[in-house]
Design a protein around this ligand. Structure first.
Ligand code: DGJ
Length: 538
C-alpha cells in the first residue's frame, strides 16, 4: 500500500511517499544477548551501525543538505545526530519537536536510520544545552563546586528539580518518537553526551558533602560488587571509608549515573528503544588519577558503578580519540563485556581509525561511527571532504551490501580479525582445522617487503564451514596452514573467488589463481576486498 503524507514545517513543506507495507510497527529496535554476545535487532534482524556523527551544531534544517551529502559519500546506513534540550523545550513544559520531524522525514527520504543524541543536562561535562529559562536560574539549577570552593562549569547531579526537568523533557521526546516514528527510523538514543566533570573529581558543595559523608547506597555494598571494584569488603561505611582513594570519583560516578539512570528510565517507560551513554575515555593502560580526565562519566574503571546505578541504560560506549593500537584494542576489550554491548559512537578521522571497525565486528559489537562527518564551515573543499571520509567510505561500501550477514555472523561469533600494529608484525588466526596467517604491507608479492607507514592493514575472516572462509581485508596478504587434524598435510586452494555480497548473495567478480594466489595467498590492496575461499587437504 502506498500512502502520501504531507508534513508542514515552519520553513518548508515536504511531501513524503512511504510504503506503509514496509513499516514494521510491532518490532521496536532492541538489544539481545546470547552466550555473552550482543546484537542490535532492527526490524527483527541483527543490524550493524555503519555510522557517521554530525558536528554538534548541524541538526538544523539549513545544515542538513551537507549532512546527507556526507552520509551518501560514506555509504553510511545510520546518522548520529544531536537533538537539543534548549531548542526542544524553549519554555517550561512547552515542547517543539519540529527538528525531530525534519530529521525523521529526511532520514526516510535518504533511507538512513538515526541515532538521536540527547544533548541535555550534560554535554561534554557542561550544562550548555540547558534551556535559557534554566540558565537564568543558576541558584535553582546549580553547577558543582570544586575542592577550592570555586564554581566548576559542570552541572550538579544532586539537584532534584534539574533531574526532574530533564526527566520530563526526555520522557516527552520518547513519547513523541513512539507516536511519530512507527517506521523505527530512530534505532537508538544516546542519553546526554560525555557526562561527568572536567576540572573537579566531584562536587564539593555542602549538599554533595553531606551525601559523601553519609552511607554508601546498599546497592553498591553487595560483596560481589565491592570485590569486582577491588574494594575491601565491609558491611557499611561512608564513601571515604569504603572506597578510600577512589571515593571521590566513585561518588561522582554514582551520582551522575543515578541521575541519568532516572532520566533514561522515564524515557524508556514511554518508548523502550535501546539507550546508551558515551564516555570521554581515560588512558586504559596507566590507571591515571581522576583529576586528569572527565570524572564521573562511564570510564572503564567505573562501568560497574554505572551498571548498578543506571539499569535503564542498555550500555555505555567509548568515544575513541586516543591513539595507538595497544591502547585502542584495550578500550575495545574493556567495553566488550557480558553485561555491556560494544559500540563506538565517536572516533576521530585519523587514517588508521577505520581498521578498528573490523575488531568491533569480530567482538560482536554493534557498530562504529566517526565524529564530524559534515563540513562544519571550516572551508574544506569537496576534494578534502572526500579524502577525509574515504577510509570509512571504502569500508562502508564493502560492508553496506552485506550488513545483515556481517551482523548475523558477528552475533554468532563466526568472525575473527587481525588489526595491523605499529610493528607491522604478522598475525595468526586459529580457525579450527586451519590457521590463517596475515602479513601486512603494500608490497606486491611479499606484501611485508613494503611496510605501510600508516599501518592501516586489517583482515576479517568469517568461518562459514570447516574448510570455507570469507576473507575481507586491506593492505595485507592471507595464507593458510593446516592445523589440528590437518596438521602436516599438503593442501591447496579449492577455489578463491573475489566478489561482493548483495542481500545475502555472493556476486563473483573473478576467480583468483596463478599469481593472485601462488605468492602467499590472496593479496588485499588499499580497497577493502572480499574473497570467498575454500581449502582442501591432499
Ligand atoms: C566529543 C564529544 O562527544 C562531541 O560532541 C564533540 O564535542 C567532540 N568531542 C569534539 O571533538
Amino acid at each position: 500500500m502506498i500512502k502520501t503524507i504531507t508534513l508542514l514545517f515552519a520553513l518548508t513543506s515536504i511531501t513524503v511517499t512511504t510504503t506503509i507495507g514496509q513499516a514494521n510497527e510491532e518490532i521496536v529496535p532492541k538489544i539481545i544477548t546470547k552466550n555473552g554476545r550482543h546484537t542490535l535487532l532492527v526490524d527483527g534482524q541483527p543490524f550493524l551501525v555503519l555510522g557517521g556523527q554530525a558536528h554538534n551544531s548541524s541538526a538544523w534544517p539549513g545544515m542538513m543538505p551537507q549532512l546527507w551529502s556526507s552520509v551518501k559519500t560514506m555509504h553510511a546506513n545510520t546518522l548520529e545526530v544531536p537533538i537539543y534540550w534548549e531548542q526542544i523545550e524553549p519554555q517550561p513544559g512547552k515542547f517543539d519537536f519540529s527538528l525531530i520531524d525534519t530529521l525523521l522525514v529526511q532520514a526516510r527520504q535518504h533511507d538512513v536510520r538515526l541515532v538521536l543524541l540527547w544533548f541535555a543536562t550534560w554535554k561534554n561535562g557542561s550544562n550548555h544545552y540547558m534551556p535559557e529559562w534554566m540558565k537564568h536560574e543558576a541558584d535553582k539549577y546549580p553547577n558543582i563546586t570544586g575542592k577550592n570552593g570555586k564554581p566548576v562549569d559542570s552541572p550538579s547531579p544532586h539537584i532534584k528539580p534539574m533531574m526532574e526537568a530533564d526527566r520530563k523533557a526526555f520522557a516527552s521526546v520518547m513519547k513523541y518518537l513512539k507516536n511519530v516514528d512507527t517506521h523505527h527510523t530512530v534505532i537508538m538514543v544516546q542519553v546526554e553526551n560525555e557526562p561527568g566533570a572536567w576540572g573537579s573529581v566531584r562536587d564539593y558543595s555542602s549538599v554533595a558533602q553531606k551525601l559523601f559523608d553519609g552511607p554508601v547506597p546498599k546497592e553498591l555494598m553487595n560483596p560481589e560488587i565491592l570485590k569486582a571494584l577491588n574494594t575491601p569488603i565491609v558491611s557499611e561505611g561512608n564513601w571515604q571509608k569504603v572506597f578510600g582513594s577512589n571515593a571521590d570519583e566513585y561518588f561522582h560516578a554514582w551520582s551522575v549515573a543515578s541521575y541519568i539512570g532516572q532520566v533514561a528510565a522515564a524515557g524508556k517507560a514511554e518508548y523502550p528503544l535501546p539507550l546508551y551513554v558515551n564516555a570521554a575515555l581515560r588512558d586504559p593502560l596507566s590507571n591515571p588519577p581522576a583529576s586528569s580526565y572527565e570524572s564521573g562519566g562511564p570510564t572503564d574503571n567505573v562501568i560497574l558503578i554505572w551498571k548498578v546505578a543506571a539499569p535503564a541504560i542498555d550500555f555505555v560506549a567509548p568515544d575513541i580519540y586516543l591513539s595507538g593500537s595497544e591502547r585502542i584494542m584495550k578500550v575495545l576489550e574493556l567495553y566488550d563485556r557480558n553485561d555491556n554491548t560494544l559500540f563506538v559512537p565517536e572516533a576521530d578521522f585519523h587514517l588508521e581509525k577505520a581498521k578498528y571497525l573490523y575488531e568491533v565486528i569480530a567482538r560482536g559489537g554493534i557498530g562504529f561511527s566517526p565524529f564530524g562527518i559534515d563540513d562544519n564551515g571550516d572551508g574544506a573543499t569537496e576534494m578534502e571532504m572526500h579524502e577525509r571520509l574515504s577510509p570509512f567510505a571504502m569500508e562502508y561500501t564493502m560492508a553496506n551490501t552485506m550488513m545483515r550477514d556481517l551482523a548475523k555472523w558477528s552475533f554468532e561469533g563466526k568472525i575473527k580479525a587481525a588489526i595491523e600494529r605499529e610493528d607491522h608484525a604478522e598475525q595468526k588466526i586459529d580457525l579450527g582445522a586451519w590457521q590463517a596467517v596475515v602479513s601486512f604491507g603494500t608490497g606486491s608479492r611479499d606484501v611485508s617487503s613494503k611496510p605501510n607507514a600508516q599501518f592501516t592493514g586489517k583482515a576479517m575472516i568469517v568461518k562459514v564451514d570447516e574448510n570455507k572462509f570469507i576473507a575481507i581485508g586491506t593492505n595485507c596478504r592471507i595464507t593458510f596452514q593446516p592445523l589440528a587434524k590437518n596438521a602436516g598435510k599438503a593442501w591447496q586452494y579449492l577455489k578463491a573467488e573475489e566478489g561482493h555480497y548483495e542481500n545475502g548473495m555472493f556476486k563473483p567478480l573473478r576467480v583468483l589463481n596463478g599469481d593472485e594466489t601462488d605468492w602467499g595467498g590472496p593479496r588485499f590492496g588499499p580497497t577493502p576486498t572480499v574473497v570467498n575461499i575454500s581449502l582442501v587437504v591432499r
